[in-house]
Write a protein that binds this ligand. Structure first.
Ligand SMILES: CC(C)(COP(=O)(O)OP(=O)(O)OC[C@H]1O[C@@H](n2cnc3c(N)ncnc32)[C@H](O)[C@@H]1OP(=O)(O)O)[C@@H](O)C(=O)NCCC(=O)NCCS
Length: 207
């Protein structure tokens, strides 16, 4: 159990050293305590790593760039001698599986998608939910791919990329909210009168 800067009590994530390599977590990032990080895992600044995410750096290095989010139940792994790299502002949707691949700057991998060995998701590209990106496939920058196997459907517009960027900002904001107020508590036994709503999204100062 650790106490955050805001005085909230919060369990540590499950972090394991392997062969002398200890996962690195930039202190500005938030890693949920039910995430598992093993070995050669490097999490840069301002990242969000969600509940149940498994980052298993036991065969090669896993690097998560500044401002990225790895949502609940994602699995990230690689083959021996290879890295899995997510560059700055990567957005990895719930339950996606990234295996031995590259996700370039500001790209999004949709919910439940699988990105296979040596594949590359180009800068500001989007992989549709539930897609299968086959080994060695290169998703062109600023393109939408979807399907199984994933194929290029269209080029992304500026509005598409703006929507993606907004979603990533919301996760960067969530990192700040988690640091500020997430706390291990006991559930209430009954609904309060006038239960408040979560605050609306506000951009609070990260670029
Ligand atoms: C692909 C995506 C970006 C939608 O793109 P779009 O161009 O707006 O597509 P539309 O919703 O207008 O759908 C166009 C067609 O593609 C189909 N389609 C949409 N998403 C699809 C997907 N992931 N896989 C296969 N087909 C899909 C639609 O059914 C529709 O088919 P139709 O023309 O036969 O009716 C969106 O569906 C998606 O998968 N986003 C990923 C979001 C995500 O996972 N975020 C992470 C969590 S925050």
């Amino acid at each position: 159990m650790r106490t955050s800067a805001s005085g909230k009590k919060f369990p540590q994530p499950a972090v394991y050293a392997l062969d002398g390599l200890i996962p690195v977590i930039d202190p500005s990032s938030f890693v949920h305590p039910s995430a598992v990080l093993i070995g050669d895992v490097i999490i840069g600044p301002d990242c969000y790593i969600g509940p149940g995410a498994c980052l298993r750096g036991d065969f090669g290095r896993l690097s998560i760039g500044k401002g990225s989010n790895i949502q609940d139940n994602c699995v990230i792994h690689t083959d021996p001698g290879w890295d899995t790299l997510i560059e700055e502002n990567g957005h990895i949707g719930h339950s996606a599986v990234l295996h031995c691949c590259f996700v370039r700057r500001n790209a999004l991998v949709g919910i439940g998608a699988v990105v296979m060995d040596r594949a590359e998701v180009g800068e500001a590209a989007i992989v549709g939910a539930k897609s299968f990106v086959k080994a060695d496939f290169k998703v062109p920058p600023r393109s939408l791919v979807m399907g199984s196997p994933a194929r290029v459907v269209r080029e992304l517009s500026d509005a598409d990329i703006q929507r993606k960027t907004q979603g990533t900002l919301e996760y960067q904001h969530l990192t700040l909210r988690c640091h500020a107020s997430m706390e291990a508590v006991e559930a209430l036994k009954a609904l309060e009168a006038d239960r408040p709503r979560l605050p609306p999204f506000q951009h609070i100062g990260k670029d």
